[in-house]
Design a protein around this ligand. Structure first.
Ligand SMILES: C[S@@+](CC[C@H](N)C(=O)[O-])C[C@H]1O[C@@H](n2cnc3c(N)ncnc32)[C@H](O)[C@@H]1O
Length: 255
């Protein structure tokens, strides 16, 4: 079954001005008073979430496993006259950034749960190695604890539009016995109330418990860990939010 990230053009159809504005406000809220001027996103994808940072004046770098997603990111950055340094890399091996340090190293878009829980701590350690002393590690994720409580299977999104084409997205989630969750994504494309194209993708996630994430950060020496709902400007308890993010400050003494 193909991955949605091979079809960055379809992945990006959900984006619009309103969502772009949310991401910008999200970063304004999260980064307030942090003094972050450089940020590396190790799962930048097509840049929907992090390109707005470049607009806010942050020096943005990014890597991702998917060449198609990176290509779209570069196109979007060019179109907006933004400068972003991009590399293709698995976040389980961040050697392409060796010798560099950033004010903040991030993994955006619920991407850390692509690796099994046993590997997530190691990814965070590799990200941590690229954070300046006093800098920050950031990660946003779905609220997997809440998902595992309800085990909801069917998700229907509001339609979005590509010119005069209406795009419908439905997801059906499977919960196999190994503890992973498979997202089955069905996109239908229609004009004049007639579907003329269907695309199906499959993504496998490894639900990451909040405690595992917070324990892994504590083990790396991060004592100052803030949690926000995602997006951060909504007035919601991050424990209850559908998505949340963590921003952890690296102690100055740790190199
Ligand atoms: C849901 S998308 C999020 C993309 C982007 N951060 C955003 O929010 O639009 C998940 C991204 O994680 C990337 N990804 C998955 N596994 C990865 C890995 N092991 N290393 C680096 N990137 C990975 C995918 O290629 C995809 O671009």
């Amino acid at each position: 079954m193909p991955s949605l990230y091979d079809r960055a053009d379809i992945y990006d159809l959900i984006e619009n001005e309103e969502r772009h504005g949310w991401y910008k406000r999200h970063w304004e809220t999260v980064l307030r008073d942090t003094g972050i001027h450089s940020l590396l996103d190790v799962s930048i994808g097509s840049g929907s979430v992090t390109l707005p940072l470049a607009e806010l004046g942050v020096q943005l770098s990014g890597s991702d496993l998917s060449g198609a997603m990176l290509e779209n990111c570069a196109k979007k950055a060019d179109g907006q006259g933004l400068s972003v340094e991009l590399k293709r890399s698995d976040f389980r091996d961040l050697s392409c950034w060796a010798g560099r340090v950033f004010d903040c190293v991030a993994s955006t878009g619920n991407s850390l749960p692509y690796v099994p829980n046993a590997e997530a701590g190691d990814v965070l350690a590799r990200m941590d190695a690229l954070v300046k002393p006093g800098g920050y590690l950031y990660c946003d994720t779905r609220n997997w604890d809440a998902i595992l409580e309800t085990r909801q299977r069917f998700y229907l999104y509001n339609p979005f539009f590509d010119g005069d084409t209406r795009v419908n997205l439905m997801q059906v989630w499977d919960y196999p016995a190994d503890g992973s969750i498979i997202f089955n994504l069905l996109y239908t494309f229609e004009q004049d109330n007639r579907i003329f194209q269907k695309e199906i993708f499959e993504e496998r996630y490894h639900p990451i418990p909040r405690k595992l994430l917070l324990d892994a950060l504590a083990e790396l020496g991060y004592q100052e860990v803030e949690q926000f709902p995602f997006p951060a400007f909504v007035n919601q308890d991050p424990e209850q939010a559908e998505w949340y993010c963590v921003l952890a400050q690296k102690p100055l003494g740790i190199v």
